[in-house]
Every structure is written in structure tokens, then in C-alpha cells.
Design a protein around this ligand. Structure first.
Ligand code: HEM
Ligand code: HEM
Length: 152
């Protein structure tokens, strides 16, 4: 079991997080604007769809650090399931959007629209948990994903 995430995993984590942020910032444009504005929602989605499998392979090959000793077994399970759910959702949501828009498959939009709120809830759980770990539990969970914080 590695003691921290590999640099490439950390880069991918934050690049994909930024791309997801772009998806939320541009989600209104996709229906209102023309091809260019719609593209602002489509292309980050394509990038996420390409990067997630790369990240999944790295995750399977390189692994992830153990949760802190002090973590309650139930919370460990929540964290692990949340992480795997992100891998699944960040393939289903963009793939569904693309299948609907360019493949004419209506079910794809249903997947996109059903997956997004699930992702949204898990995202706040995830980001909230990271901050609780840092400021309340005082573990190294946040700093191993934000090495800059650790060097201070
Ligand atoms: C991880 C990637 C993505 C996220 C987080 C995301 C998120 C969202 C959100 C929050 C909305 C507005 C709320 C809603 O109507 O459901 C939306 C709308 C939309 N998105 Fe995405 N999206 C992603 C990828 C894509 C991709 C790749 C496409 C198409 C190629 C796409 C097509 C659409 C369309 C057509 C709408 C407006 C219609 C509708 O939602 O029913 N999305 N997206
Ligand atoms: C779209 C946004 C995000 C996604 C999709 C996401 C996804 C993930 C995934 C899948 C992991 C598991 C490690 C891996 O397989 O690479 C992870 C770990 C982590 N994320 Fe995020 N994340 C997001 C945003 C955030 C934010 C905003 C924070 C901080 C507030 C954060 C903090 C962390 C931390 C600290 C870990 C390490 C957890 C551990 O070591 O057990 N993430 N993230």
C-alpha cells in the first residue's frame, strides 16, 4: 500500500476537479447558445471521459494510501464507495450526454441528468469530509491530495 498518492494521480485529481467545475459553469450554455457555447460544455466533458479511464488504470496499478488508523470502519466504507462512485459517475454522465447529443440516444440524456444530482451530493460529502479531516480530525488526508499544504 503506498503512503501517498503519486504525483500524476494528484495532478489528475485536480485537473478533473477543475474540468467538472467548468461543466457546472457552462451547463446553462449548452441549450441556449450556438455550437460554440454548447462546445464549452461538451469539450470539458470529453476531456473528463478520456481522463477518467486513464486515472482508473493508474488507481488500479498504483493503488491509494490507507485511510488513517483512527478512521471509523463505517466512514472508511463511505469514503471508498464515494471514490468508486466518482469513477462510475464521471464516465456515465459525459458518455450519456455525448450519446444523446451525437448518437441520438434519449436514454443517454436520462443517464446524464440522473447521474449529475447523485454526483453533486457525493461531491459535497467528499469535499466536506476532506475539510473535516483536515481541520477537525487533524489527519493527513487532505495534505496527501494537496502536497503544497504539507510543506508549510
Ligand atoms: C462530467 C461531465 C458533465 C457534468 C458534471 C454535467 C453537468 C450538467 C449540469 C449540472 C447541467 C444542468 C442541469 C440539468 O439540466 O441537468 C447539464 C445540462 C446539460 N448537459 Fe451536461 N454535464 C456533463 C457533461 C456533458 C456532456 C459531455 C454533454 C454532451 C455532449 C452534456 C450535455 C448536456 C445537455 C444537452 C444539457 C442540457 C439539457 C438537460 O440537462 O437535460 N453534458 N449538464
Ligand atoms: C469534481 C471534484 C472532485 C472529484 C471528482 C474527486 C474525486 C476523488 C477521487 C476519485 C478520489 C480517490 C482517489 C483516486 O482514486 O484518485 C479523491 C481523493 C481525494 N479528494 Fe477528491 N475529488 C474532487 C474534489 C475534491 C475537493 C474539492 C477536495 C478538497 C476539498 C478533495 C479532496 C480529496 C482528498 C483529500 C482525497 C484523498 C482521500 C484519501 O486519501 O482517502 N477532492 N477525490
Amino acid at each position: 500500500m503506498p503512503r501517498s498518492y503519486a504525483r500524476v494521480q494528484i495532478w489528475l485529481h485536480w485537473i478533473i476537479a477543475a474540468l467538472v467545475g467548468l461543466e457546472y459553469a457552462t451547463s446553462e450554455l449548452v441549450e441556449e447558445g450556438g455550437a460554440f457555447l454548447a462546445g464549452l460544455h461538451v469539450w470539458p466533458g470529453v476531456a473528463i471521459l478520456v481522463l477518467m479511464p486513464v486515472r482508473l488504470v493508474l488507481r488500479l496499478v498504483l493503488g491509494a494510501p490507507e485511510p488513517p488508523e483512527s478512521e471509523h470502519p463505517f466512514l472508511r466504507k463511505v469514503a471508498v464507495w464515494t471514490h468508486w462512485a466518482f469513477y462510475v459517475l464521471l464516465v456515465i454522465i459525459p458518455a450519456g450526454g455525448l450519446a444523446a447529443m451525437y448518437g441520438g440516444w434519449k436514454g443517454g440524456q436520462l443517464l446524464h441528468d440522473a447521474g449529475e444530482p447523485v454526483f453533486f451530493v457525493l461531491f459535497w460529502l467528499h469535499a466536506g469530509a476532506a475539510l473535516v479531516h483536515h481541520f477537525i480530525f487533524r489527519t493527513d488526508v487532505l495534505t496527501r491530495m494537496v502536497p503544497l499544504l504539507a510543506r508549510r
